[in-house]
Design a protein around this ligand. Structure first.
Ligand code: UDP
Ligand code: MG
Length: 149
């Protein structure tokens, strides 16, 4: 099964949308196998967003993502990476369809509530950056027999 890294960013935590995000993931049938609330430190933020290090929004992004706690999760399921990206919606909430998290709850790109890994390679790196092995769980969800054919 595929694993992806998902974050409710500081704006999502501050605005009380943690439960909404978790609820959507659970109801979709995806399995949360690790979860924690933590304030991301500067070094970790720079590593997490290093592909954007030369962009004008990089410094404000690092400052913002470290400004208050986030909630990090590892989510497991068939095609979990693609599904979480589509559940989050477009990076710019103005372009995000209603029904997506960003399309329902956000207005500006710099305050778009959620993060999810964009590929298998990124997911592996992001999971290793934010979690250690002892933070994983392994279990079966009782509804897996109905979710998968
Ligand atoms: N971002 C921003 N301004 C921009 C583009 C991106 O503040 O013009 C922030 C935004 O929080 C976004 C993150 O940088 O979610 C990473 O950008 P990316 O293009 O990788 O979008 P994502 O993968 O989060 O959809
Ligand atoms: Mg990205």
């Amino acid at each position: 099964m595929e694993h992806t890294y998902v974050m409710v960013k500081p704006d999502g935590v501050q605005r009380g949308i943690i439960g909404e995000v978790i609820s959507r993931i659970e109801k979709r049938g995806l399995k949360i196998i690790a979860m924690k609330m933590h304030q991301i430190d500067e070094e970790t933020a720079r590593e997490h967003y290093k592909e954007h290090s030369d962009k004008p929004f990089f410094e404000p992004l690092v400052e913002y993502i470290t400004s208050s706690p986030s909630v990090s999760m590892i989510v497991e399921g068939k095609d979990a990476i693609k599904i979480l990206r589509s559940m989050n919606g477009a990076t710019n909430p103005v372009e995000a369809h209603p029904g997506t998290i960003r399309g329902d709850f956000a207005i500006e790109t710099g305050r778009n509530i959620v993060h999810a890994s964009d590929s298998e390679e990124t997911a592996e790196k992001e999971i290793a950056l934010h979690f250690n092995d002892s933070e994983y769980t392994r279990y079966s969800r009782i509804d897996e027999v109905c979710l998968y054919e």
